[in-house]
Every structure is written in C-alpha cells, then in structure tokens.
Design a protein around this ligand. Structure first.
Ligand SMILES: C[C@H](O)[C@@H](O)[C@@H](O)C(=O)CO
Ligand SMILES: [Mn+2]
Length: 594
C-alpha cells in the first residue's frame, strides 16, 4: 500500500566554509523530530501509523531542492513540511511542486534567523501562488534546544492530519449506488466537485447490480451466513409499528419479499454492497474476477428511496453497519456511506471520519425544539446543555451504531473510538443499545429494518455540511456542540411525534459565534436537510482541510485562535477572516482544478 506521505525538507543556509557545516546537525535533527512527532501521533483510516519521508540531505539551494523532489517522486508524498533553524534562500529552496500541500516551520531562535527565512518563504509562496502553512513558535528557543514546543507541535499535527485526510481521498472513488433520492439535490452527484475539490472519481452503479448478484449468487455464501448468524444473535427486533394497521393494497401488494425473509435478504444485501465498493478475493475464486476487484471506494451511498424501498427491504441495516466501527467480523474501519444517496452529506461524513478516525453519523437536521415548545408539549423545561434548545438529529439508515454513546471511557463518559480501540465489550454495548424496528411500511413498502437507539451520553460532537451554492461552488458549514441526554419521558414524547423507529441524537451547538446566536439560528442557517457528525470538536481541523481543498467555510463556531489556514490567506485580509477565506478560495479555485 503506497500510503499518502509527508515529505520533510530540512532547509539550510547554503554557504559552505562554515555556516552550512555548523547547521547540518541541528537542521537534520529538526527534520527527524518532526518525523517522529507525526508518525507517533497520527494514523491512516485503516489504523496504520502515518508515514513521513525525510530528504536524504539538507536543502541549501535549487539543486538540493530538486534532489529532494526526485527522492519523493515514487513515494506518494502528498504534502511537504520544510523545517529550518536558520536563514535560507526563499525561492531557491521552496517546494515548487504544484501538487503538494505545504507547510514551513521556522525555528524561533535568534542565533540564526529561522523566523526571517520563514517570513521570506511565505512571501515567496504568496508571490508564486503556492499556499503554505506558516509554523512559528510563540517563544524563543535556545539554539541547542531540540524540543518541539507544544504550540509548534499542535500546528505540525493539524497540518499533517488535514494533509493526510486530503491525501487519502486523492485518487479514490465515491461509489454512487442508485440515483436521485426523493428530489434531494445532494443526491444528484456533482462529478466535477469530487474530481476538482477532492481529487476523487465517482463510480455509477445501478441498484439492479445488487439484484443481479443476488440472482447469480455472486457473493460468498459463508460470509452471508456469518452475517445472518450475527444478526440473529446480536440484532434484536424492536417495536413493529405496522401491527394492527389497515394498510392499502398498493402497500401490501408492494412487499415482494415475505416479511420473515427480510433478514435473509438484508444479509445478502450488506455483503454485496460491501463487495461492490471494495471487492472480495473470494469472488475471484468463484470465477467472478471483475467483481472481485471492487471499485476503489473510500466512500459511497445508496439511493434506496424510492425505487428500491417501494418494493424491496430497505438498506438501513447495510448503511448503519457499514458506517460503524464494526460488523459481524469484529472491529474494522468505518466507511462514510450515505443514505438517500446524499453525496454531499456522504462527502461531509468522509471529511469528518478521515480527520477523526471515528464513525460518521448521517442525520436529518429534523427539528429545532425550543425550551418553550418542549415545556408546552412535555410540561418540563430543558436543562443543562439542552437548556437553550436542541436539534433533533434523526434519519433511518446511515447513523453509525457508535452514536449510541454506549462505549464509555475510564471515567464512564460516552465516547466514540477509532476502530482499533474498540474491543468486544464496546461492540456488544453498541449492539445492546440498539434494536431493529421493522420498517414503517408507509415509508418503506418493501419492508426491511431500521436501527433504533438514542444517543445515551453527553459527547462533544461536530456537525458538518458541504453545500453546493450556485455562483460560489461548494461551501462548508461546521457546528461544534454536544449531544444531550433528555429525561426519558421528554425524549419519548418528542421522539414519538416523529419517526420513533429510527436512531435519535439530541444536539446542542455551542452558541456565541456569528450565526450561532441561538440554536434556532443554527437550524435556520443550515444549508440542507442533512448533517454529518463526528466525535469531538474538530472544527479547526475541518477549517484547515477546507483551506487546503479551497472550499470556503461559510458557517462555523470555531474560535479565531483555532483557525489555521495558509499564510497567504492573510493577503486577502485579516479583519474579516470569513471574507478573506472566501476571496482566497474563489481566487485560487479547486485544488485539482486541472
Ligand atoms: C422516510 C422518509 O422519506 C425520510 O427518508 C425523509 O424524512 C428523509 O429522511 C428526507 O431526508
Ligand atoms: Mn434524510
């Protein structure tokens, strides 16, 4: 696997006969220290440590710089970090490769002017139109101080985390299973966006491909049997709201799979969808070579509604399990997989999960509940983090089971872990917190089952939305906040007013920033019916990643001091950071504009 790597470039004053020689050791030591910091702090989505490559010699001029570039060529270096303790010659040492993401760390020492080089390098990057992140420590260090200060380390990690997220998307595919869902504009995939902003392709697969593979047995029977057994043991059925209902013939005649065979159908469906995305060597053994290769997916989505769900069991189980950190084989990488084929929410899930390595949550941003409305309906006032009102996040399907909040840390707090930290007890806790309600036949005539839980713990969470706005292009919205636990009776009353067989998360965004005057304002500004959420307050990392991709951020509640964008964005103004970001993105255009 040729992982996307960070190339580390030790830059140095090229003057031989004393200056250069005196700095070789310190410069290389900075490079090694940065490599160790990144490799010990970050992991790829599959759990492997992020890899760095250090140039074999210091870079004192263009010949050295070219030698370093050539060393990086076959190593899939997607980003470079240039480090230096001294003055170097800006345009003669810069990384001029237009395809790499760039950062420069200038040692804040004064024996040799590392900071002066940093400023000169940033000026050169601005003039050359090569955005670069500027890393300059707050406090002066002694020349023999080989440590990386905390503020410098934080920026190196932020840069590397976002660069590796961007690098993991580059060259991969979004697999679009189906087409437009219920007129949801985000489900009408914009190939140009995926190609030019994320460096990805879009693979179009009709939903009938799943039926072809079912009919021709293009799947591993043993794998399906394992999935089916796991469902039997670990996926208890919940309430069936269809019971006792007098349903019209257009509904009862539409259910072509007998209700007691839904789980058999669903077990095949989830294995086949996974095979379409990632391939499966077992299919090659069965003679299905082309199908065994998959479609190079890193994300995907399933239309479901309505041409599938109007007669076949819905895709909710497949969507929920694929986005979770585990399945019937145990803990494994979660996948950004959208329901209703909302490709923009799928891409939002992808940004979130690549930055956090936690499972993504797909939700309708369904209802704003004011404290007054809750008091009117339930006779109780919202309290604690919910006191200013809450957003009801709920959607059938692609809400990771990790969002149940059933996994607890050593303090008993709900958390969402990277898959490599999930043990069997964590997996079982998520499954025990979930039941599977038979699909509401009024919505899903073909039946199936929907995951059903409520997020049962208070967690820091960031909600994300990529929107497509005519005249601007893609824009990003970010809301950091907390999941809330409402009293059971309040939750029940509110939940049962809507789709009570689906997974619910109550979310309270942090207030105070522009656009975040009240919880209602957040709902009012939100750009679409869906939001994608991930664990933690990662708005700063999302802003850094968006600035690499040249996607303007048009709503966020991240403090200014946490905003980390390329230095040249200051050239578009420093008084109004949002306007400067927009102007920078519009001026530079998409990262892979071609
Ligand atoms: C079942 C319904 O059609 C839901 O799919 C609908 O409320 C949505 O989720 C719309 O995003
Ligand atoms: Mn929806």
């Amino acid at each position: 696997m040729n992982y996307p790597k960070i190339g580390i470039r030790p830059a140095i004053d090229g003057r031989q006969g004393g200056v250069r020689e005196s700095l070789e050791g310190q410069t290389m030591a900075m490079a090694q220290a940065a490599k160790e910091l990144i490799e010990s702090s970050l992991r790829y989505a599959d759990g492997q440590p992020v890899e760095c490559v250090v140039a074999s010699r210091t870079i004192g001029g263009r010949a050295d710089a070219e030698a370093a570039r050539c060393e990086f060529l076959d190593k899939n270096v997607v980003a470079t970090l240039t480090v230096t303790p001294c003055w170097c010659y800006g345009t003669e040492t810069l990384d001029l490769d237009p395809t790499t993401l760039k950062a420069v760390w200038g040692f804040n020492g004064t024996e040799r002017p590392g900071a002066v080089y940093l400023a000169a390098a940033m000026a050169a990057h601005a003039q050359c139109g090569l955005p670069a992140f500027k890393i300059y420590g707050h406090d002066v260090q002694d020349a023999d101080d080989a440590t990386i200060p905390a503020d410098v380390a934080k920026k190196i990690i932020s840069f590397a985390r976002a660069a590796v997220a961007a690098g993991q998307m580059r060259g991969k595919a979004y697999v679009n299973l189906g087409a437009s869902a219920m007129g949801i504009a985000g489900s009408q995939v914009n190939v140009d966006f995926f190609q030019k902003y994320l460096g990805m392709s879009v693979e179009f697969v009709d939903m009938t491909e799943i039926l072809r593979r079912m009919a021709l047995h293009i799947y591993d029977e043993d794998e399906v049997a394992r999935a089916r057994a796991w469902i039997e043991q670990k996926c208890p059925e919940g309430v069936d709201i269809n019971l006792g209902r007098e349903l019209p013939r257009i509904i009862t005649d539409s259910k072509v799979v007998p209700a007691d065979e839904d789980w058999d159908f669903i077990a095949r469906q989830v294995v086949i969808i996974r095979d379409i995305l990632f391939g499966n060597p077992k299919l090659a053994e069965m003679g299905w070579l082309e199908e065994s290769r998959g479609r190079n997916a890193i994300a995907g989505g399933f239309q479901g509604q309505r041409q599938w769900t109007d007669w076949l069991p819905n895709g909710d189980f497949a969507e929920a399990v694929i986005t979770s950190t585990f399945d019937w084989n145990g803990a494994r990488q979660p996948i950004a997989f959208a329901t209703e084929n909302d490709t923009l929410n799928g891409a939002s899930m992808l940004l979130g999960t690549l930055l956090t390595n936690t499972a993504p949550i797909f939700s309708d941003v369904r209802t704003y509940w004011s404290p007054e409305a809750v008091e009117r309906v339930c006779g109780k006032r919202l309290e604690g983090r919910a006191a200013n009102g809450v957003l009801h996040l709920i959607n059938s399907g692609a809400t990771a089971l990790d969002a149940s909040g059933a996994v607890r840390d050593e303090r008993g707090e709900s958390i969402m872990k990277p898959f490599w930290e999930m043990d069997q007890a964590d997996i079982d806790a998520c499954l025990a917190a979930t039941d599977w309600c038979r699909a509401n036949y009024e919505y899903f005539r073909g039946g199936g089952f929907s995951s059903h839980f409520k997020t049962a713990g208070e967690m820091p969470m960031t909600m994300i939305r990529l929107n497509m706005v005519a005249g601007v292009g893609p824009t990003l919205q970010i809301a950091e906040g907390y999941t809330c636990v409402l009293p059971d009776d309040v939750h029940k009353t509110l939940d049962e007013r809507t789709d009570k067989t689906w997974p619910t998360t109550w979310f309270a965004p942090r207030l105070g920033a522009p656009g975040f005057e009240t919880v209602w304002d957040v709902m009012n500004h939100w750009g679409a019916n869906h939001g994608a959420s991930v664990y933690g307050h990662v708005g700063g990392d999302l802003i850094t990643l968006a600035s690499m991709l040249r996607i303007p951020v048009t709503l966020h509640n991240v403090e200014d001091e946490r905003i980390f964008r390329p230095s040249l964005v200051d050239g578009f103004g420093t008084k109004d950071l949002e306007a400067a970001d927009m102007a920078y993105c519009q001026a530079f255009g998409p990262l892979y504009r071609g």
